[in-house]
Design a protein around this ligand. Sequence first.
Ligand code: KG4
Ligand code: ZN
Length: 338
Amino acid sequence: MLKKIILGIETSCDETACALYDAEKGLLAHMLYSQIERHRAFGGVVPELASRDHVKKMLPLFLEVCEKASVQPAEIGAIAYTRGPGLVGALMVGASFAKALSYALKVPAIGVNHLEAHILVAEYVAPALRYPYLTLLVSGGHSMLLAVEGLGQYQLLGETRDDAAGEAFDKCAKLLGLPYPGGVQISKLASTVSSTSFHLPRPMQHDVSLDFSFSGLKTATRLAWEQSAQTSELKAELAFAVQQAIVDSLVAKVRRALEVTGYQRLVVAGGVAANSYLRECLSKFDMAEIYFPPIEYCTDNALMVAYTGFRYWQQGKFDADYSLTLLPRWPLSSLQAV
Ligand code: KG4
Ligand code: ZN
């Protein structure tokens, strides 16, 4: 490997992000442009607006990250980009940019799975982390429990049957009139009270499977709010109850998954891993060593893409040609087949 710097590009949803990772020195720089303000008025991500914004930001952000890291584009030896899962129009922007740059610089491009990137950032942060380990991957679009047996080796143990945990946070926040994205808003509001008079359901908690379900929580939250006096104190209590219900459901299944697998290491990944109450509850576990990436690496970022690309690059694995093969749905369990 002559050149040892890899560029990471993330455009799967509403964040345009670039990172430069050096095989020897580690992370050189990472930058992120969030479109949240643009989507807030709509209460969620509008795919067409997301793509248009990525188009505007992609090249300027790439130049900025090169400047920040004092790296010339010609020093880049490989380019990792998010191939999926994600919004197809948004993915297309990052992938097209990556492929064009790979052609111009005559370096390989590496299509990365966004979910795998969320997991592997834990290995970047904790190089001593050994396989196998359990991962709770909880983001805006996914909630799953995975057995991680090696690079690219993921066995799905359980997943949500309806809404993802982040989606449940976002939808309940919307019902309470809180701005998008709701997870962090619920968490902030919940931290202003220390108990709640509401009790919300925890579906499937006693079910033997390792699956989750959050759709009933939305309806229960809506009814509880409609039937309450709707004061700001009650809003905070309901936010507390929502957070408690989501976290309890996750924690119960993590406990069961650790029992079933006998694994002694747990990684918590994805945007919802930023939730401090979830961190607090899981930290009390004495059955496993727990790895939480720092919050800025839990939510979408390009370091995770650069690092994942680097791991495959090390193994001599990269895209075979310049065609765009996006995978807007790309299950982790099928990774080795790609
Ligand atoms: O991984 P991510 O940044 O994007 C996806 O790939 O989906 O996750 C975003 C999700 C959103 O649903 C957001 O509300 C949630 O993560 N989230 C949180 C917190 N920070 C972000 N949920 C609960 N508590 C938080 N502190
Ligand atoms: Zn994500």
